[in-house]
Design a protein around this ligand. Structure first.
Ligand code: NAD
Length: 308
């Protein structure tokens, strides 16, 4: 019986490998049983890619290749033009980790508003709350959360913010109509209005030429004194030098970045010495639940494509 060959260059959840193995012969591009791509190029029919790239050279060297399944959101790691030209399907799993990213955004929001890092450090130095008036936090209830980009993740986040915390949520998304934004539970606003009225601002747009440095010096100046900003979308949407200046001027209250222009953010970066800045290493979408869901969804894309 012919089982199509699938090459997996980076570890994924073992249950997804088990699922794939029922219908496919699975070989790995890592670990003890490492098989380099070139060794299977003539036979490979599917690639399941988590990190790293699939190049045009690899695609043209694999005459039987039918599908490249991306583990996660985005297909920027795959030469989609070369794949399309070769008749190879490229898939991704955009819905599998949105809950994880929305929950991570809530974690960062609470940590900023309750000054979690500064409080932890103060406690280590034996200081009680009464000696640290600057550790007094802010409630989420009744405060305004401004969402820039109102797609899948932002919509899930809005629901938690409204139903769970009693926040007011406004959204700026030029591709959606005001009616669509209202139907998904938020108040439609212009970017200027969002910047000027939000207590917390969270970014949920893709990185495009139009969104590169969307938030720079002018935008920070428009924000409310003491407002906080969170980026779990993509590095490059915030102008990080302008952010640092706004924090140094004590205009902005704090920032939390799961994504930065350079990842990981280099050692010694001035952000690290601030207790009102939280940096996480692009882990917003990574939970046990989402890693299983993403891997199973990517495996299912492969099975469907190879069943023909
Ligand atoms: P999505 O495609 O569902 O939503 C993006 C929204 O942005 C769309 O509604 C679109 O209309 C809007 N948009 C496009 N251009 C805009 C602009 N110039 N101004 C305002 N809005 C604009 O995407 P999603 O699944 O919600 O993901 C959002 C972001 O999160 C993406 O950047 C994605 O790469 C990122 N992400 C990060 C992680 C992580 O681990 N931190 C995980 C998954 C996704």
């Amino acid at each position: 019986e012919h089982k199509p060959l699938v090459w997996i260059p980076y570890p994924i959840h073992e249950l997804a490998i088990k699922k794939l193995s029922h219908e496919c012969e699975v070989v790995f591009g890592y670990g003890d049983a490492l098989v380099p791509f070139d060794a299977v190029a003539s036979r490979v029919e599917g690639i399941l890619i988590r990190t790293g790239k699939v190049t045009a050279k690899q695609i043209v060297s694999a005459p039987r290749l039918k599908i490249i399944a991306r583990h996660g959101v985005g297909v920027d790691s795959v030469d989609v033009d070369a794949a399309t030209a070769a008749g190879v399907v490229v898939t991704n799993t955009p819905n599998s980790n949105l809950v994880s990213v929305a929950e991570h955004t809530i974690a960062l929001l609470l940590a900023l508003r309750r000054k979690l890092i500064a409080s932890d450090r103060a406690n280590q130095r034996g200081l009680g709350a009464e000696s640290r008036p600057e550790l007094v936090g802010r409630e989420l209830q009744g405060s305004t959360l401004g969402l820039i980009g109102f797609g899948r993740i932002a919509t899930a986040l809005a629901r938690i913010a409204i139903d769970g915390f009693g926040m007011k949520v406004s959204a700026y998304d030029p591709i959606l109509s005001d009616e669509e934004i209202r139907q998904k539970g938020a108040t439609p606003v212009s970017l200027q209005e969002l910047l000027a009225t939000s207590d917390a601002i969270s970014l949920h747009v893709p990185l495009l030429p139009q969104t590169r440095h969307l938030i720079g010096a002018n935008e920070f100046a428009t924000m409310k004194q003491g407002a906080v900003i969170i980026n779990t979308a993509r590095g490059g949407i915030i102008d990080e030098e302008a952010l640092l200046r706004s924090l140094n001027d004590s205009h902005l209250g704090g920032a939390a970045l799961d994504v930065t222009e350079i990842e990981p953010l280099p050692a010694g970066h001035p952000f690290y010495s601030r207790t009102n800045v939280i940096i996480t290493p692009h882990i917003g979408g990574q939970t046990e639940e989402s890693l299983l869901r993403v891997a199973l969804d990517a495996a299912e894309c492969i099975c469907q494509a190879l069943r023909g």
